[in-house]
Design a protein around this ligand. Structure first.
Ligand SMILES: [Zn+2]
Length: 166
């Protein structure tokens, strides 16, 4: 999944974007969506119709839209002023990528970046046995870098879904 982002982002001078689908702080899949921003080299926007369709697709798969991803062709992996203005939903994950580089953020009121975002550590879980019938073979396990009782609850659940330790 992340390799795909890297290839897409590297091939496009505009910001590429999409939505992250997951459950319990684990990202299971991502949907690439058209960037409909008026200036796609300097910002991104996902149409309401695409957002709605993505939410429906996620629900059908037992997931939810838990975040979004987009590229910063500038190479700066911090949220831009436009991102800060858009980040209205608390608890939403924002993955910002530039080629193979990436940084994960969570929007949170009072966050350390302009009171809007906190950094989150991204871990990749290889899950070969996970849902053989599904096209997903990677899970991105999101572990908060900051101390948050609420989010730590989520991380303690994650091992159940990973490969069994043997
Ligand atoms: Zn941005």
């Amino acid at each position: 999944m992340l390799d795909r982002f890297a290839a897409e982002a590297a091939a496009d001078p505009r910001e590429i974007c999409g939505l992250l689908l997951g459950r319990d702080d684990v990202i299971h899949d991502a949907l690439a969506l058209p960037n409909v921003a008026p200036e796609p080299a300097r910002g991104f926007a996902i149409s309401p119709a695409d957002q709605f369709a993505a939410a429906r697709f996620a629900r059908a798969a037992g997931l939810a839209v838990v975040g979004c991803y987009h590229s910063h062709p500038s190479g700066n992996l911090s949220p831009s002023a436009a991102d800060l203005a858009e980040a209205a939903q608390d608890g939403f994950y924002w993955l910002i990528i530039d080629g193979a580089r990436r940084r994960l953020w969570i929007s949170r009121a009072g966050g350390q970046i302009a009171g809007r975002f906190d950094p989150v550590e991204l871990q990749i879980i290889e899950a070969p046995a996970f849902r053989e019938s599904s096209p997903w073979n990677l899970q991105a396990h999101l572990q908060p870098a900051g101390a948050s009782a609420n989010r730590r609850r989520g991380t303690s659940q994650a091992p159940r879904q990973g490969p069994s330790p043997q």
